[in-house]
Structure formats: C-alpha cells, structure tokens
Design a protein around this ligand. Structure first.
Ligand code: HEM
Length: 410
C-alpha cells in the first residue's frame, strides 16, 4: 500500500476504524501510514503517530495530558455528539483520564494491590481457577471467549474488588457498550448505549459501596472506602469511578489478550509446538503475544503546549493518537516485526502504554495469560480452530474477537 496524499492517509484511517476489512487487517494499513506519513495530521484535526519512538515520546512527555474538552475524537459525529463523547474522556474522576496531581493521588490509592509481588501471590489461586475452567473445555468444541477468556479475568478482578459472583456476567455487555466511547468511529446509537451503560454501572457500584460501608469485607473496594472515609483524599464520585475502571479494565483487556493470543498461536503451529516443548518460553512468549496483537491499539493525549515532533509542531490543544499496534510493528524497533517469535528478547512493546499512565494491571494480565497458556498445553495435546475465521469485534481501540471456536483434544 502506498500513500501519496494526506487525503489518501485519511481514507486509510477511515478504513481502519470503520470497516470490517480494516479491523480484520489493521497491520498492513499501519505499515503504510508508518512508512509514508508517520506523523499525520488527519482531516478532522487529530494527529496520528505510528512510529514506536514517537508514540513512546508522546506518552512520556509531561506536557501531554488528558484534557479532551472540545477535542474531535471520532469520525462521523455531529458537534453535539462529539461533545458527548468527549465528556466521557473529560471526566477526570478516575486515574485513566486524570492529570497530575489528581492522577498521582488516584493512582497511588490502588497501586499496592497491583504490585508484581502482590500479584505473584495470586498465582496459586489463578492456577486453581484456570484448571476449573479448563475442565469445562474438555468435552470437545467450545467458544473460548466465553468459557475461558471472559470468565477467568472477570472472576479474578471480581474477587479482588469484591463484586459478587452472581453480579459479574451482567457487566460483560455493559462494559462492552461503555467502551464504545473509546473508539474513533462511533454511531449515535452506540454513544447513547454507552451513556446508559455507564449510568447502570454507576448505580450498581453506588449500591455496592453502600453495602460494603454497612458490612466491610476483605476486598479492595472496602479498602478504597476506608480511604474515602478517612479524609478528603477520595470523593464518592472518584470512588465509584475508580471501582468501575478497575473492574472494567481488569477483565475487558485481559479477555482479549487470551483470545488474540490463542488465535495467534493457532495461526502459528510451529510456535505453539515450540512453546509446548519449552515452557521457559512462557514469559517472553506472553510478552510477544501482547506485542503481536495488542488488545489496546490506540491511546490519546492532548498537548498542553506546542510540541515538536520531527519537522512538525503539534499545536497547544492538539489531540494526538499514539497507535500502539503500529508502534509494536515498527521495523526500526523490532526485527522482522510481523513475525511471531515467542523467544523474542528485544524489550517492551507499547501494549501497556508508557509513562505515568503505564497499565496498572500489567502484572495481573501477564500472570493470567501465562497460567492459561501453560495449563492449556498441559491439558490438551491438540487444539484446532473450527468453523470459519473468527470474527473481530466492531472496534479498533480495543481489539478482540467476538468468538473463538476451538476443538480441544486430550
Ligand atoms: C492485556 C491486558 C491489558 C492491556 C493490553 C492493558 C493496556 C493498558 C494501556 C495501554 C493503558 C494506558 C492507557 C493510556 O495510556 O491512556 C492501561 C492503563 C490502565 N490499565 Fe491496563 N491493560 C490490560 C490489563 C489491565 C488489568 C488486568 C487491569 C486491572 C485492574 C488494568 C488496569 C489499568 C488501569 C487502572 C489503567 C490506568 C492507569 C493510569 O491511568 O495511571 N489493565 N492499560
């Protein structure tokens, strides 16, 4: 693919974010953007970065922030709808959308629960849970997205946070609906559904907070409530918003790491066999799967002052999209980047972001994926894709599968 004008680059971006073809194969389109217009100012105003170094620099630059008021972040919406979408991102009551000093305060409250050491302490219970879920796969053909990829992370984060088991399944459609606002192409109907889903989740967590306040438990939500009750560090609104963020981020992305990762392995049988024979590849292998087809493809920032990128100047107030999925396939950063190599040892991808918003749950996501692939290989001597090619969700910022039918053989 070649790009000879800014209009062609824009057409490619529309294809990427709004067509099934673009979602099925974003990587060749990213490659064209990276090669021809690595720093591109799109027709609707936002900047699009596709090189690893540029994306990383922007994510680490303290002059870049999360103030999206007035930013045009989606194609095909009216001004009013753009404002409605921006309002989601402009709600600074959780760390994901907050700038320092609020970001520092909000993040520090939850950090301790997610340190690599604390998370490593969960390994035994994650193994037990994975084994239990895998028992359900033993009878032949299953949709892995439902039976494992969703159930594992929602159970793990649900237990940590204290969301009762019977309440968890309802969040799958709610979280999916609410994440529509992170997309670059969102219909007015999807936006309305996102607003409704967010209201439902806020109401649910307000109720759960009230319940924990009455009857404290040994969970993260109770710890966050204690912080709120202990002073003015966390408002009620921040508490509810943080609980929703931790719960939603805790399963939505990891679900897609398991799905995208397993699909990549099934598409690369030699690598799967390599991993089967050498489990020391689990850690680098999971890093490689995270690089190869990241569940988070895009993250946005706003320039708080003019910032130079090569010969370009991003104006103050300009919105910049770092395409993490493109950065992860940058040949200036990774050797033969389109190849899946479970033994790759070339440092981190940008799949968990970079800088102050670096993913809080990275250690947890890695642990869950390592255990899943390890136990699947222990348990089954064959795994094969069945049915047609798996379908991708209607989204690019969060990249994942609708379903993944696999036949397992003991
Ligand atoms: C494969 C799985 C995951 C991926 C690919 C992923 C990716 C990301 C990325 C790219 C960011 C940075 C967003 C930005 O720069 O604006 C982020 C932030 C975050 N992630 Fe994850 N994540 C994953 C799993 C998890 C899990 C399991 C949790 C558990 C709670 C989690 C919680 C968070 C939180 C709270 C933030 C916000 C951090 C901040 O703003 O300081 N993530 N994640």
């Amino acid at each position: 693919m070649t790009i000879t004008s800014p209009a062609e680059a824009d057409a490619l971006i529309v294809e990427l974010v709004a067509t099934p073809e673009g979602r099925a194969d974003p990587y060749s389109r990213y490659a064209a953007l990276r090669e021809h217009v690595p720093v591109h100012r799109s027709g609707i105003g936002f900047w699009v970065l596709t090189r690893y170094d540029d994306c990383q620099r922007i994510l680490r630059d303290p002059r870049m922030g999360k103030d999206f008021s007035g930013a045009a972040l989606a194609l095909g919406l009216s001004e009013e709808q753009q404002a409605e979408q921006a309002a989601f991102r402009d709600d600074h009551s959780n760390m994901l959308f907050a700038d320092p000093p609020d970001h520092t305060r909000l993040r520090s409250l939850a950090t301790r629960a997610f340190t690599p050491r604390t998370i490593e302490g969960l390994r035994g219970s994650v193994v037990a849970l994975v084994d239990e879920l895998i028992d359900g796969l033993a009878d032949g053909e299953v949709d892995v997205m439902d039976a494992l990829a969703f159930r594992l992370p929602v159970t793990v984060i649900g237990e940590m946070l204290g969301v009762p088991a019977e309440d968890r399944p309802q969040f799958r459609p709610l979280v999916r609906a609410s994440t529509a606002v992170l997309e670059l192409a969102v219909t007015p109907e999807a936006l309305a559904a996102a607003t409704a889903a967010r209201a439902t989740m806020e109401e649910y967590f307000a109720g759960l907070v009230a319940e924990r306040r009455a009857r404290p438990a040994d969970d993260l939500l109770t710890q966050l409530i204690a912080v709120e009750d202990g002073g003015d560090q966390l408002s009620e609104r921040e508490l509810i918003s943080t609980a929703i963020l931790l719960f939603a981020a805790g399963f939505e992305t990891t679900t897609h790491l398991i799905g995208n990762g397993l699909l990549a392995l099934l598409h690369h049988p030699d690598e799967l066999t390599r991993l089967r024979g050498d489990r020391s590849l689990l850690r680098p292998g999971v890093e490689e799967l995270i690089r190869f087809d990241s569940p988070v493809q895009i993250t946005a920032r706003t320039a708080n002052e003019p910032i130079e990128i090569g010969s370009h100047v991003i104006e103050a107030g300009g919105t910049v999209l770092s395409i993490l999925g493109a950065a992860n396939r940058d040949p200036d950063r990774f050797t033969d980047p389109d190849r899946l190599d479970l033994g790759r040892d070339e440092g981190s991808s940008l799949s968990f972001g970079s800088g102050i918003h670096y993913c809080l749950g990275a250690a947890l996501a890695r642990l869950e994926a390592q255990v899943v692939f390890d136990r699947l290989l222990d348990r089954f001597s064959t795994m094969e894709l069945v049915g047609g090619p798996p379908r991708h969700r209607d989204s690019l910022t969060l990249r994942g599968l609708v379903d993944l039918q696999v036949r397992f053989g003991a």
